[in-house]
Write a protein that binds this ligand. Structure first.
Ligand code: ACM
Length: 263
């Protein structure tokens, strides 16, 4: 049994110090959690006016005040943190999710499916879909609009993820409905940490959610305020892939019938 959850907040576009301050306060409410998820692009905000602005707000992971802040918090509170960040590397920027633990930086995922204007700013993710064994659980990461592609949830589950962490800045109002369904069909716990508020012409929908491997919603936040929610997660439920006594959700797949998926 572990404790995992999310922080929902409203990052301020272009004001990293303010974002760190808000998260510092909210992380105090996450004490006792083993794993906590923070929204997409939490260091920079989301709705950039230009490529130049997106680049100005990006950081290299090895030289990032924001990642250092996460590392300090993870060490102080003995927890693992997943957070969206605007990442710069070799003259390119990525919409990235970092994983840090009490010992420091562990790894990252770069968003594969870019949404709307993100296509003007970011490179598409080029690191595949890693799964990390934290000892107390196996976890993978997706970012926001990845939610609409069932393939990526399935791949993480096939690689053994018990928990899928999903930093988000969700815009489409029905996205949250899909999260428990992906969990149900892959038997994973899913944690979507969403933001709320407006940035220029975009409104984000809040309603961060934790769901279980049977598709049940364990926690859901409001649409318009800071919230920290943590659930007890029984990993045995995610590791039991039997849907009936004769149906294993992974072993019953027939990949020879799925050729179109990779065309
Ligand atoms: C999104 O992918 N941030 C909607």
């Amino acid at each position: 049994m572990i404790k995992a959850g999310f922080i929902q907040f409203r990052p301020v576009l272009g004001n990293q110090d303010e974002n760190i301050k808000s998260l510092g306060k909210l992380l105090m409410q996450a004490q006792g959690a083993d794993l906590i998820v923070i929204p997409e692009l939490a260091n920079s905000g989301y709705n950039f006016e230009s490529k130049e602005q997106a680049f100005e707000q990006a950081e290299e992971i090895g030289n990032s005040k924001f990642v250092e802040f996460l590392e300090e918090e993870a060490q102080k509170n003995k927890l693992h943190i997943v957070s969206g960040i605007n990442e710069k590397e070799a003259g390119k920027i990525y919409n990235t999710s970092v994983l840090v633990g009490p010992q420091g930086y562990i790894g990252k995922y770069r968003k594969i499916h870019l949404f709307m204007n993100e296509k003007d700013f970011f490179e598409r993710g080029n690191l595949g879909l890693p799964v990390f064994d934290l000892g107390f659980c196996k976890m993978g990461m997706l970012i926001c609009f990845d939610w609409i592609f069932p393939e990526v949830w399935r791949i993480l589950a096939l690689k053994g993820a018990d928990v899928i962490c999903h930093p988000s800045n969700l815009v489409l109002p029905y996205a949250q409905q899909a999260v428990p369904v992906h969990g149900m069909i892959n038997r994973t716990f899913n944690i979507t940490a969403n933001r709320f508020g407006m940035e220029r012409d975009i409104t984000f929908s809040g309603k961060s959610i934790i769901s279980d491997p049977l598709g049940k919603t364990l926690k859901m936040a409001s649409s318009d305020k800071d919230e920290v929610m943590i659930a007890d997660i029984d990993l045995l439920l995610a590791r039991d892939k039997m849907v009936t006594t004769r149906n294993h959700i992974m072993e019953d797949r027939i990949p020879s019938e799925y050729g179109e998926l990779t065309e």
